[in-house]
Write a protein that binds this ligand. Structure first.
Ligand SMILES: [Fe+2]
Length: 153
C-alpha cells in the first residue's frame, strides 16, 4: 500500500483557506445595493463574480476528488466512507444550487428589491452549506492525516 501523501492534505487545507478568503470578498459584494442608474453594470458584475466563484469552487472540488485526498482519507479512515460519499454528492449539488441562483439573477433584468433579497438569502444559504461542508473535510483531514503522521493538529 502506498503511504498517503501529507502534502496532498496540506494543499487541500491551503486551498480551503484561499477559498474562505474569496468567499468573504464575495459575500461583501452580495450585500451591496446597486444605485438604480447603475443597475445593469452592477448585475453584470454580480453575474461575473458568481460565475468566477462557482468555477473556483469546481476547481477546488477537482483538487479534492482528483488530487488523491478523498482516496487517502478513504484508506486511512474507512469508517468515514459514508461521510466521504455524502461529501462527494455535495460537490455535485452545490454547483447546481449556484446555477439556480445564476438563472434567477440573469432573469432579474430590472431592479426588484424582493427578488434581490431572495437571491441574497439563497446565496447565504449556499455559503452556509459550503462552510459546513468544508468544516467536515477539515475535521476529516485532522483526524485521518494528522493522527497517522502525528502532525500539527
Ligand atoms: Fe473542500
Amino acid at each position: 500500500m502506498t503511504l498517503p501523501n501529507l502534502e496532498t492534505a496540506l494543499e487541500v487545507e491551503r486551498d480551503h483557506k484561499h477559498l474562505t478568503e474569496q468567499m468573504a470578498r464575495f459575500k461583501l459584494f452580495v450585500k451591496s445595493e446597486p444605485e438604480p442608474e447603475h443597475y445593469s453594470r452592477w448585475r453584470l458584475e454580480f453575474l461575473w463574480q458568481l460565475r468566477d466563484f462557482k468555477n473556483r469552487l469546481l476547481k477546488h472540488f477537482d483538487l479534492e476528488e482528483e488530487g488523491g485526498f478523498m482516496e487517502d482519507v478513504m484508506v486511512m479512515a474507512p469508517h468515514c466512507a459514508r461521510q466521504i460519499k455524502e461529501l462527494k454528492k455535495e460537490h455535485e449539488r452545490i454547483p447546481v444550487l449556484m446555477d439556480g441562483i445564476l438563472a434567477e439573477l440573469k432573469a432579474m433584468t430590472k431592479m426588484d428589491s424582493d427578488k434581490l433579497a431572495r437571491i441574497q438569502s439563497r446565496i447565504s444559504e449556499v455559503m452556509g452549506t459550503l462552510r459546513e461542508h468544508e468544516n467536515q473535510e477539515h475535521k476529516l483531514i485532522q483526524n485521518a492525516y494528522y493522527s497517522e503522521y502525528g502532525g500539527p493538529a
